[in-house]
Design a protein around this ligand. Structure first.
Ligand SMILES: C[S@@+](CC[C@H](N)C(=O)[O-])C[C@H]1O[C@@H](n2cnc3c(N)ncnc32)[C@H](O)[C@@H]1O
Length: 321
C-alpha cells in the first residue's frame, strides 16, 4: 500500500484526548470559550444499541443541558455543526433538526447553513418515500466566525466560462481555486453503497467502516475542519463514537477532544488514531470521484427473474434496456 506523505508527519505538538465518559460530566471540566469547532452527531433516540429510547420531549430536555455546556465552551469565533436525521415513532417522522434549531437559537447561536447530506442508498420505505438525506446544521457563536472557503472549494464544472460583458469581458468568470461546494453534500455514502452492493460484508471490506452502527465518513469531517477552523484550533466531538471527528481533525493538524460513553468505541477510536499516526489508517481520499455503476456492473443489471414479468416497456422508458 502506498502511504500518503501527510500521514507520516502528524504534528507531534497536536494534542489528542479521547475521554470515556458521559459528555455532560466531562464538559463541565472544559474551560469556557476554548473550542473552535464542535462537530457531532448526537444519539437520535431511535433505539440504537447505545441508547435507551424515550419520548421526544424527554430526549430533547436531556440534550438541552448538554447544548448549554457546548455553547459555553465554544470560542467567540467558534462554529458548531450538528448532524441529525429523523426520529420516527409509529410511522410518524419527526425531523430532529427542526427541534434542535429552536434550542440552539434560544442559546444565542446563529445558523449559517442547513447542509443537506445526500446519499443514494439505504432502507426502502413502504409507507412513505425512502429517506435519502440527513442534515447538518452549521451555527456560529458570533458574526465574526472562522470560515475558510478557499480551503474547501471543489473543481468547477465550467472553468472556461468567461464574463460576457462589463469591464472584465472575456476574462474567466470563475475562481481558479474552484467553486463553492454549496449546501448539498454528496459525500462518501455512495461509495459505501457500492461496497454494500458488490461485497456483502461492508464492515470488513469498506476502508473506513468499523463496528459502530452510524459512523461519520472522515471526508465529511475534513470539509468542516478545513472550512471552519484554523491550524492549532481545538475540535470537540461530545458524542465521539469511534473517533471519526478526532481522526479528521488530527489529520489536518488540529487538536482534538472526543468524549464517548461506551468504552468499546473509545478503544476503536484510540486504535484508529494510532493507525493514523503510523500511516496505516485506511481512508477514502477526500477528492476521490464518486463511483457510478455502469450497465456492465452486475448490480446495475435487470435480474433474469424480472425480465420475464413483461415489464419491457417500463424498463425501456426508464433507460434500463
Ligand atoms: C450517532 S453516534 C456518533 C458516531 C460518530 N460520529 C462516529 O463517527 O463514530 C452517537 C454516539 O454518542 C454516544 N453517546 C450517547 N450518549 C452519550 C453521552 N451522554 N455521553 C457521551 N457519549 C454518548 C453513543 O455511544 C454513540 O457512540
Amino acid at each position: 500500500m502506498t502511504k500518503e506523505t501527510l500521514f507520516d508527519h502528524i504534528d507531534p505538538n497536536v494534542k489528542c484526548l479521547i475521554e470515556n465518559a458521559d459528555c455532560l460530566t466531562a464538559l463541565q471540566k472544559v474551560d469556557s470559550a476554548t473550542i473552535d469547532l464542535i462537530l457531532t452527531s448526537p444519539p437520535y433516540n431511535i433505539g440504537k444499541s447505545y441508547e435507551v429510547k424515550t419520548s421526544i420531549e424527554k430526549y430533547l430536555e436531556g440534550q438541552e443541558e448538554i447544548i448549554a455546556e457546548l455553547v459555553r465552551v465554544l470560542s467567540e469565533r467558534g462554529n458548531l455543526c450538528w448532524q441529525v436525521g429523523n426520529y420516527v415513532d409509529k410511522g410518524e417522522v419527526f425531523p430532529l433538526d427542526i427541534y434542535y434549531y429552536q434550542i440552539f437559537k434560544k442559546h444565542g447561536l446563529k445558523l449559517r447553513n442547513r447542509i443537506v447530506w445526500h446519499f443514494g442508498h439505504g432502507l426502502h420505505a413502504s409507507n412513505r418515500f425512502s429517506g435519502r438525506y440527513e442534515t447538518l446544521l452549521w451555527f456560529s457563536k458570533t458574526d465574526d466566525y472562522i470560515f475558510n472557503l478557499d480551503h474547501v472549494r471543489v473543481p468547477s464544472k465550467y472553468p472556461g466560462k468567461l464574463h460576457f460583458k462589463g469591464p472584465k469581458k472575456g476574462q474567466p468568470s470563475g475562481n481558479p481555486l474552484g467553486k463553492n461546494p454549496s449546501d448539498v453534500w454528496e459525500i462518501m455514502e455512495h461509495d459505501w453503497d457500492t461496497a454494500m452492493w458488490n461485497i456483502p460484508n461492508v464492515k470488513s471490506n469498506h476502508p473506513e467502516k468499523t463496528e459502530h452502527p452510524c459512523q461519520f465518513p472522515i471526508e465529511l469531517v475534513e470539509r468542516c475542519v478545513l472550512a471552519l477552523t484554523d491550524e492549532n484550533s481545538w475540535v470537540l466531538d461530545p458524542f465521539a463514537g469511534v473517533g471519526s471527528t478526532v481522526v479528521g481533525a488530527l489529520k489536518h493538524r488540529r487538536n482534538a477532544l472526543g468524549i464517548e460513553k461506551e468504552k468499546a468505541y473509545c478503544d476503536i477510536a484510540h486504535q484508529r488514531v494510532n493507525e493514523l499516526r503510523q500511516g496505516k489508517l485506511k481512508m477514502r481520499p477526500m477528492d476521490k470521484p464518486i463511483h457510478k455503476p455502469t450497465l456492465n456492473d452486475k448490480v446495475a443489471q435487470i435480474p433474469q427473474e424480472w425480465k420475464q414479468l413483461e415489464l419491457t416497456n417500463h424498463y425501456q422508458e426508464n433507460g434500463h434496456l
